[in-house]
Design a binder for this molecule. Structure first.
Ligand SMILES: CC(=O)N[C@H]1[C@@H](OP(=O)(O)OP(=O)(O)OC[C@H]2O[C@@H](n3ccc(=O)[nH]c3=O)[C@H](O)[C@@H]2O)O[C@H](CO)[C@@H](O)[C@@H]1O[C@H](C)C(=O)N[C@@H](C)C(=O)N[C@H](CCC(=O)O)C(=O)O
Ligand SMILES: Nc1ncnc2c1ncn2[C@@H]1O[C@H](COP(=O)(O)OP(=O)(O)OP(=O)(O)O)[C@@H](O)[C@H]1O
Ligand SMILES: N[C@H](CCC[C@H](N)C(=O)O)C(=O)O
Ligand SMILES: [Mg+2]
Length: 488
């Protein structure tokens, strides 16, 4: 609990309107969740404007309002330039800066965030650091697994979770930081110790419009490093030196940098990379010290994820021997290059590739080891970057023998229209368009030849499909199993 004026004191600038100084019991950003004594934040969203719900919030018991303009309500008001960022800062203070009490690792980049955070989580946990994870799949700490709506949750959810984590004895947090979160201030005021950059390729241009804007949004994580509230500790940026955006990201941070990659100049460098069907091995070179690393995850991109995780863990104080052992032990991450268990001679791999770059990487890896033909079942999400649709289809066509274009999560869009946009990127006729994802998977399995590999791309670990405003149960792995069972 805080008095309103004391809490507002953490803001860099604001205008106070009102005579009283109520006690604030809790924070809320949705009028439907307001309780008596809450501070209500009016957030201008993409769908509606939270300022329109201020009166309802007061009716529900809000003791005060934070807004970007004066509103006709009879409770004290704090007027700020940006209520999203004010909310993030006030939430951090309301929960008494919980992120400053823990070792915070933020991972950003287009691809590999979920995988890298899981690798870091495993390494830190093996080193007996009580570690939590926040990202696309869930928020997990101690024995709690909490569902999340966003890869990086809004600042209220986030700061409240940090507070609970710190209370429960969590020592380190490894979290995905999406470009949306950075741009929308969801992690404003989070005191990161280590920032990790995986890579930058096309995605989310519906939102960011240009690659430059997208890169700048990602860069915010690194410019924010070192702006926290902790004293006497050094923050570190862990950057992929092989990525074309390395130079830009490097200029955006003032903290020391550890680089990783295959480039000769990399501080954490992989050499003698050997990629095989069920894993990868390489020599990890740190100056003149060389450590062999074995991974049970295949593909060149997995080497990058492992290097990023190794560097971030090392920067967090974990000895290299633990890092080697943990990397060798981890089996993989759900829905990432996950093989569907079967005795059949047809192989099915489920993978979360939903960008042109990830699809290309994964298909190249599949092709390298496929003894027979390669087919792909793939779609593109609705209400997302439309310009990636023809590109993903072109990549699927180029790197496989047959493509089944099908629905991903069409959301509010016409599923057929999405597939037509994909089709416009294709030159040959080795494809079918099957709107129902289940039918497409069944067809792919039915038609597969001996030793064929079917890649089901785009939904990975997801256990649902969003069509219109309805969410249905759907799991590529289970559907593929059913299809295999029907055929064999
Ligand atoms: C585009 C976007 O980021 N949208 C996010 C945004 O929703 P919005 O702007 O539509 O919110 P809104 O419905 O207009 O509401 C505005 C305000 O009014 C309030 N409200 C609303 C209705 C009402 O009756 N009463 C009320 O008080 C809301 O609580 C809110 O404070 O704020 C919501 C609450 O924080 C988010 O859940 C939502 O994410 C949606 C679900 C989403 O799909 N976001 C994607 C694009 C996203 O953020 N993705 C990244 C991952 C990308 C990656 O992995 O690469 C992520 O971090 O998840
Ligand atoms: N380092 C990488 N470079 C390129 N592609 C990758 C890399 N790591 C994983 N991938 C591919 O990208 C897919 C998504 O990986 P992951 O879930 O780890 O990424 P993410 O950044 O968390 O994605 P999202 O933005 O959806 O949260 C994987 O299924 C794989 O196909
Ligand atoms: N974090 C990504 C996930 C995309 C997954 C894909 N299955 C889709 O629904 O488009 C996004 O929200 O754009
Ligand atoms: Mg993710």
């Amino acid at each position: 609990m805080f008095e309103l004026k004391e809490l507002a004191g953490c803001l860099p600038a604001y205008k106070f309107i009102g005579k009283s100084n109520p006690t604030i019991n809790d924070l809320a950003m949705d009028n439907r969740e307001v309780k008596k004594g809450d501070l209500f934040f009016c957030i201008e969203g993409f769908t509606v404007d939270g300022h329109d719900f201020a009166a309802k919030a007061v009716e529900a018991g809000a003791a005060a309002i934070v807004a970007e303009r004066e509103l006709p309500v009879n409770v004290p008001m704090i007027i700020v330039r940006d209520s999203k960022r004010a909310m993030a800062i006030m939430a951090a203070h309301f929960y008494r800066l919980p992120s400053s009490a823990m070792h915070m690792i933020g991972v950003t980049g287009t691809n590999g965030k979920t995988t890298t955070t899981h690798l870091i989580h495993r390494i830190l946990s093996d080193y007996a650091m009580e570690t939590s994870i926040i990202g696309t799949m869930y928020m997990k700490y101690k024995n709690k697994e909490i569902k999340v709506k966003n890869t990086t949750p809004d600042s209220l959810t986030l700061q409240k979770a940090f507070s609970d984590m710190a209370t429960e004895g969590v020592e380190a947090v490894t979290m995905e930081v999406s470009s949306h979160a950075l741009e929308l201030g969801r992690v404003h005021g989070v005191d990161f110790n280590v920032g990790v950059f995986t890579n930058l390729t096309q995605d989310h241009l519906d939102y960011h419009k240009t690659m430059d804007n997208y890169a700048r949004a990602k860069g915010l994580l690194f410019s924010q490093l070192g702006n926290g509230y902790k004293e006497n500790h050094q923050n570190i940026a862990v950057l992929n030196i092989d990525d074309p955006y390395f130079d830009l990201i490097e200029t955006m941070t003032a903290v020391p940098i550890i680089t990783y990659g295959m480039d000769e100049k990399a501080d954490f460098r992989a050499t003698e990379v050997n990629i095989h069907e069920s894993g990868t091995d390489f020599q990890l070179c740190m100056g003149n010290r060389i450590y062999p690393v074995q991974l049970k995850m295949t593909g060149r991109f997995s080497v990058y994820n492992a290097l990023a995780a190794a560097a971030a863990s090392y920067a967090s104080g974990v000895p290299i021997q633990t890092i080697q052992e943990s990397l060798a032990a981890i089996q993989g991450v759900a829905g990432r290059f996950e093989k569907v268990d079967t005795d059949a001679s047809v192989h099915v791999i489920v993978d979360y590739a939903h960008t042109p770059d990830s699809l290309e990487n994964v298909l190249e890896t599949v092709r390298e080891f496929a003894k027979g033909k390669v087919s792909v079942v793939v779609g593109c999400g609705g209400d997302r970057d439309r310009t990636k649709r023809p590109k993903m289809a072109a990549i699927a066509e180029k790197l496989s023998d047959y493509v089944y274009l099908t629905s991903d999560n069409p959301r509010s869009e016409d599923p057929e229209e999405i597939l037509n946009e994909m089709k416009s990127g294709m030159a040959h006729n080795n494809y079918s368009m099957i709107l129902s994802r289940k039918e497409a998977i069944f067809e792919a399995v039915k038609n597969a030849e001996e030793d064929e590999v079917i890649l089901i791309a785009g939904k990975g670990h997801e256990t649902y499909q969003i069509i219109g405003d309805q969410t249905f149960d759907f799991d590529d792995r289970l559907v593929a199993k059913e299809a295999l069972k029907e055929r064999y």
